[in-house]
Design a protein around this ligand. Structure first.
Ligand code: 4NP
Length: 163
């Protein structure tokens, strides 16, 4: 069984699919393919079935990342399946925990930006209603957070070593 990560934002078309695709790239680069798997979801239902936002697709492509995905909504069944659930901002964090009816899974839910080491922001800002700069800022933050998150997983999960 692989170690399973779920990235969660509001719409699942900008931030969380970017995190998923950046993390998949980093997993390959660190020789951990198949040992850690990634998915993403949104707390809202607005964009179910949609591909990633074109502005994020274009911004990611400038960094050599090909964005894949189809939006889905976070569901309470995700709590048991995933090992770690990474919320992009505090609203997402609260939205996720509001579905944990028996308060069993709080230990699995973390704020993604807490894994940043170079950036000081502790939330990944919603870029949807802003300009293109916001998409690049999100990618900068997520690159930093993905590296920190993968360091954390590799140091806390003993069996997780590169091929
Ligand atoms: P995301 O961005 O949560 O990073 O996918 C958003 C996408 C859509 C909306 C808000 C944020 N929206 O209001 O439709």
């Amino acid at each position: 069984m692989s170690y399973q990560l779920l990235f969660v934002c509001l719409g699942n078309i900008c931030r969380s699919p970017a995190a998923e695709n950046l993390m998949n790239d980093l997993i390959i680069k660190r020789g951990l393919s198949g040992k850690i798997t990634c998915d993403s979801a949104g707390t809202a239902s607005y964009h179910i079935g949609s591909p990633p936002d074109q502005r994020m697709v274009a911004a990611a492509l400038q960094r050599g990342i090909i964005m894949k995905g189809q939006a889905r909504q976070f569901s309470s069944s995700d709590f048991a399946q995933f090992d770690l659930i990474l919320a992009m901002d505090r609203d997402n964090y609260q939205g996720i925990l509001s579905l944990d009816r028996n308060q069993e899974y709080g230990h699995k839910v973390k704020l993604m930006a807490d894994f940043c080491s170079r950036h000081k922001l502790r939330e990944v800002p919603d870029p949807y209603f802003g300009g293109l700069d916001g998409f690049h800022q999100v990618l900068d933050l997520l690159q930093d957070a993905c590296e920190g998150l993968l360091d954390y997983i590799q140091s806390s999960q003993q069996g997780l070593v590169p091929d």
